[in-house]
Design a protein around this ligand. Structure first.
Ligand SMILES: *Cc1c(COP(=O)(O)O)cnc(C)c1O
Length: 376
């Protein structure tokens, strides 16, 4: 069976994890956490990056920093992972789901403004498949209405929008280093703080409500409990694993992109014949080959395709069931306007295997099976 994902492993992970163990520092914010966050700050021109225990907790931190209060509303797409929604829900927010664009599967920026009320506090934009949402328009709407913007860039590490790294455009950006993402630490993530005014609050929140970070910098002579907080520091063991990936970030990127482009070349003729729809990359976006997907005519054809691929030994999962149709989505949110694309587009989509180090023969097996599906 060709799995749709294999967690990335570059070779240096054990060595770095052993270094962490031998340095007698396996809790958070040691040498590897620092290396990883500095690397992201430099590479992405990000003002401040903090590693977190997951993409989900990075989003939780962002929601708390937005100071979302019970009854506030948050605008987000329904076609996303539950974590985009659980963060504002933890703060008591009401979710307002907005339809997606059929081309990029991202929130339709043209439908955001109509969903804004006097309770709206923030927009949570998702960069699906590492392809950017329309950030210029989203930021402009946010400024006009005095809203905060959180980028769920869980899938967008190493992607750019008009030359700017995803995650560095809104007030906060959230990355995931889950094993299914391009760069991994097993479970882990990071929050990018783009507005310096939030740095201190972020440090306190991440350090169990204490001013421990100021203490370590010598700014206070003992540390104390100063505000509400939580524990969002990942272990150095996980950070060491991530460091081995970030050191080879370009190699991982190129390898994934090669597979993505092989798929794309092989399947464009199918699209020209009108048999299938393929990912759309807007011209000012540079994506990170997080995902390759096909879109079929409808749910029935997709179901048939998945069964066919399984027989050919290839795992091809579909993706999100829209949140507004899930039990918790009905409870915590409402869909604004007409669901023109969210449900229908999500039902058409299927993902192909794509991971770092995918063997050429496996890639060819996938390509052959897809082409055969359309010729028999
Ligand atoms: C993976 C993912 C998350 C959650 O990240 P975890 O690290 O698994 O907690 C959130 N949002 C999106 C869009 C994701 O793809």
């Amino acid at each position: 069976m060709i799995d749709f994902n294999v967690p990335p492993f570059t070779g240096k992970e054990y060595e770095y994890m052993r270094m962490a163990v031998e340095s007698h520092k396996i809790s958070g914010d040691g040498q590897f956490t620092k290396k990883c966050s500095r690397w992201m700050e430099e590479r992405f021109h990000a003002k401040r990056v903090y590693l977190t225990t997951s993409g989900t907790t990075a989003l939780d931190m962002a929601a708390l920093l937005c100071d979302i209060k019970p009854g506030d509303e948050v605008i987000l797409p329904s076609y996303t992972f539950s974590s985009t929604a659980t963060a504002p829900v933890l703060c008591g927010a009401k979710l307002v789901f907005v339809d997606i664009r059929p081309d990029t599967m991202n929130i339709d920026e043209k439908k955001i403004e109509a969903a804004i009320t006097d309770r709206t506090r923030a927009i949570f934009a998702v960069h699906y498949a590492g392809v950017a949402a329309e950030m210029d328009e989203i930021m402009e709407i946010a400024h006009r209405h005095n809203l905060l913007v959180v980028e769920d860039a869980a899938q967008g590490v190493m992607s750019t929008y008009k030359g700017r790294a995803l995650g560095t455009i809104g007030d906060f950006g959230c990355y995931s280093f889950h094993e299914t993402k391009n760069y991994s630490m097993g479970e882990g993530g990071a929050i990018v703080i783009n507005n310096e005014a939030y740095n201190e609050r972020a440090e306190i929140l991440r350090e169990k409500g204490t001013d421990r970070s100021r203490f370590f910098r010598g700014q206070v002579d003992k540390y104390t409990w100063v505000d509400f907080g939580d524990s969002y520091l990942p272990s150095e063991l996980n950070a060491a694993y991530l460091w081995a990936q970030l050191e080879k970030a370009d190699e991982i990127y190129d390898d994934r992109m090669h597979t993505w482009e092989c798929y794309d070349r092989a399947f464009r003729p199918l699209e020209q014949e009108g048999l299938v729809s393929l990912p759309v990359i807007p011209e000012y976006d540079v994506h990170n080959a997080h995902m390759y997907y096909l879109k079929f005519r409808n749910l029935a054809q997709r179901t048939e395709f998945i069964a066919y691929m399984k027989e050919r030994g290839v795992q091809t999962p579909f993706h999100y069931v829209p949140l507004h149709s899930a039990p918790a989505g009905e409870r915590f949110g409402r869909f604004h306007g007409v669901d023109r694309c969210t449900t229908s587009e999500s039902e058409r989509l299927v993902r192909l295997p794509l991971y770092y180090g995918m063997k050429e023969e496996d890639r060819e097996t996938v390509i052959r099976a897809v082409l055969d599906y359309f010729t028999v």
